[in-house]
Design a protein around this ligand. Sequence first.
Ligand SMILES: Cc1ncc(C[n+]2csc(CCOP(=O)(O)OP(=O)(O)O)c2C)c(N)n1
Ligand SMILES: CC(=O)[C@@H](O)[C@H](O)COP(=O)(O)O
Ligand SMILES: [Mg+2]
Length: 625
Amino acid sequence: MLDRIRSTQDLRSLEHLELVRLADELRAETLKVVSETGGHLGSSLGVIELTIAIHAVFDTPHDKLLWDVGHQCYPHKILTGRRERMSSLRKKGGISGFTRRSESPYDPFGAAHSSTSISAGLGFSVGFDLAGEEGHVVCVIGDGAMSAGMAFEALNNAGSLGRRLIVILNDNDMSISPSTGALARHLSRIRQITDAPEAAATGRHNLFQNFGLRYVGPIDGHDLHTLLPLLRSLKEADPGPILLHAVTRKGAGYHHAEAAPDKFHGVNPFDILSGTQVKTPAKAPVYTKVFANALIAEARRDKRIIGITAAMAAGTGIDLFQKEFPDRCFDVGIAEQHAVTFAAGLAASGMKPFCAIYSSFLQRAYDQIVHDVALQNLPVRFAIDRAGLVGADGPTHAGAFDIGYLANLPNFTVMAASDEAELVHMVSTAAAHDSGPIAFRYPRGEGTGISLPAEGQALQIGRGRIVESGRHVALLSFGTRLAECLSARRMLADYGISVTVADARFAKPLDTALIAELFANHELLLTVEEGATGGFGALVLHYLAQKGMLDGRTRIRTLTLPDHFIAQASPEDMYDEARLTARHIAGQVRGVLAPHVSEVINGHTRARGGHQDATPQVHRAEDRG
Ligand SMILES: Cc1ncc(C[n+]2csc(CCOP(=O)(O)OP(=O)(O)O)c2C)c(N)n1
Ligand SMILES: CC(=O)[C@@H](O)[C@H](O)COP(=O)(O)O
Ligand SMILES: [Mg+2]
């Protein structure tokens, strides 16, 4: 059956029973693809029937189908002309793991960050009206995504505008982990109506109806015999917003995923029979685990320490904290804005809240960071995981901007761990720092393998460290590019170029003494960061300019992420494209010095402050204080 589908037009010509058979084939194909590529399995298996029914009833791509988050879009992609390319899913040059406008007309709107579909869908609906065009808009949003404030902003507007819009709530009672919050309870109450008709009366006026949407359901989201006629009737219904409540099972049709829907939310390639995922042996602990253990150690000493996550308990390691401190741990649902201001309230009440949020998801809470935290100088601690480039999730999940968007805020202290030992110390530093907001960032994945300190030591705020000394060039790293800087140092030694490598540790407050010394005592200062332009390097330049030190005698370059979004690939390949690897750093040094390299190496450079041979007398590597 699947072989007959070249476009959704073909799908619309299938008989009912052929669609039922197609569902089995589509489920098997989705399972096979993801077992080979890895990716978001559970949510994709949960929408097989919904995907078929929507494309069978609506005239896609003219009618717009929006997938919230988009992580469940693999069956949609298989049915909309991308079947042959699915083996490239989430790989370099391959199919994205989320919907993308540039990929297909069947993807009218990109996604990956949750809870955007109703807003965008309403935009398309009003767009049809204003263009005088007939068209339907269907938004599929999960119960987890529905818990975000943005979804309610959209419902509020949709309910009042009264435009034609079909919202399908894909309710599997799961986010990544089990759904939390009052909405989850409300949905479970509504779901019970199917089992207890007498309860129907009480369920009549549910939340969605009170928002002005016609509510239909709850129905079995896996039953095509129900879905197909119902969607056809909704398509012909009078214009106005409708919410269809479809009850599904995350991982439906694959027993391993149904039994452990959290474990099968995002998977590595796996063996279908056993459900065993392929895992490369870890060379070092992952940063997330190091953070969680360090926070637990601090929380044992200080009962004011609170852990907060926005529906990413496992992803941030807060689930480990929750095991030991259930009363001091809060999963607020997909609600980053609320998480930040909730933390601000806790800080104002004398607690020590640690808000553990991925860098890219934290973008959603920027005004709360500025208005509720920075402006009031409240000591909220931000544990920013997935800083820098993350790999298969691609540009939507890149932690590219937090340095710039935090270090420009008054009262903030902004740190980046250069390795997992530094991360332990930064957790202690944040725990001890009660005079204002403080953030520390660290990447997805494994550390360097450096031995971890038995106990974290609070760092002296605003102090960086020299890791290796040299004479000609200084590499000042902010974050985990430090390892690449040390490799570049070894490469440059082969050309007779002697390199100092320093770990800035802080983007705010800057270690101005270290920067001034490095700048005064080297031919070239290079800053390196896993962030977009306008972050650490810009702040160093700003400082040197303000001090009138940019006199041309010392050269300076700032290495940052490029001014374009980098498509998914392995993190290594993405950093290669970003030109932030050791060979790029070394190449940049040689490029800048090229015309003068012999003078530089032989010490016959321009008249300078007489420090030619002095190794900068600043903080030593062992100086943790
Ligand atoms: C703003 C934002 N925060 C967090 C996430 C991480 N995330 C991806 S999927 C997901 C759970 C979504 O649950 P639901 O909408 O119910 O979809 P399901 O996986 O159950 O199909 C979360 C929290 C995200 N994508 N965007
Ligand atoms: C779809 C989504 O946003 C999450 O599932 C995200 O992909 C998790 O990222 P990590 O795999 O880095 O935890
Ligand atoms: Mg769900």
